[in-house]
Design a protein around this ligand. Structure first.
Ligand SMILES: [Zn+2]
Length: 187
C-alpha cells in the first residue's frame, strides 16, 4: 500500500481521524485508524497513522504534518470549531443562503483557521459556487476535493457538472465516466 508522499496538513488531532475515515480503499471500503506514532523528524513533527480498510482489511499509512499544533495544547480541540463552522455552512445552504454558506466553507478549508485537506469542505464550496453560476471557481474547489479523495464518485459527478457549466465538455465527460466507473465498481 502506498503511503502519502507529502505529509498531509492537519491543524488538529481530530482532523487526522476524519481525514482517514473519509479515505476510500481501492475496494470501495473506508479506512479506520489502527495506530498512530509520532515521527521525530528534525525539521517538522509528523505523525504516521496506520489504517485498515474496514471492508477488505488492506492497510495503508498516512503521514500528517502536525507542526501547526504539536505541543500547543490549546489547539488540540480546534477541529470542534471547524466542525461547528461546517455545520453552520450546511444550515445556511439548506436555508437558501449561499453567500453565508460560502463564507463559512472558505473558513472550513482555510489553511490557518480551518483544515486545508478537508475534501468535503471543498466539495460543498464547489456546490455553492456552482449554484451561484461561478462555474470556473467551482471547478477549482472541486478539483481540490477530487485530489484529496480521488475515489469518491460523488465528487467526480459534481466536478463533471461544474466542468460542463464552464464549457469544458471533454473534461466533464472524463469525470462523469470516472464517477460511473467507481460507482459500478463499489456497487
Ligand atoms: Zn478495501
Amino acid at each position: 500500500m502506498k503511503p502519502s508522499r507529502t505529509p498531509i496538513p492537519a491543524n488538529s488531532p481530530g482532523f487526522e481521524f476524519v481525514y482517514v475515515a473519509n479515505q476510500r480503499c481501492e475496494c470501495g471500503g473506508y479506512f479506520a485508524t489502527v495506530s498512530q506514532s509520532l515521527q521525530d523528524a528534525p525539521a517538522r513533527p509528523t505523525e504516521r497513522v496506520l489504517a485498515r480498510c474496514e471492508a477488505c482489511g488492506a492497510e495503508r499509512t498516512f503521514v500528517f504534518d502536525i507542526s501547526s499544533f504539536f505541543g500547543k495544547f490549546e489547539r488540540y480541540d480546534r477541529f470542534q470549531q471547524t466542525e461547528d463552522t461546517f455545520r453552520r455552512a450546511m444550515a445556511a445552504l439548506r436555508a437558501g443562503r449561499p453567500t453565508e454558506a460560502e463564507v463559512a466553507l472558505r473558513e472550513v478549508v482555510d489553511p490557518e483557521k480551518g483544515e486545508p485537506a478537508f475534501a468535503w469542505g471543498y466539495y460543498h464550496l464547489g456546490r455553492v459556487l456552482l449554484m451561484q453560476g461561478r462555474a470556473e471557481e467551482a471547478v477549482g474547489a472541486l478539483e481540490r476535493a477530487a485530489a484529496i479523495q480521488p475515489l469518491e464518485p460523488d465528487i467526480h459527478r459534481v466536478l463533471a457538472r461544474a466542468l460542463q457549466a464552464a464549457g469544458r465538455v471533454e473534461q466533464a465527460q472524463g469525470h462523469l465516466r470516472r464517477a460511473e466507473e467507481l460507482r459500478a465498481r463499489f456497487g
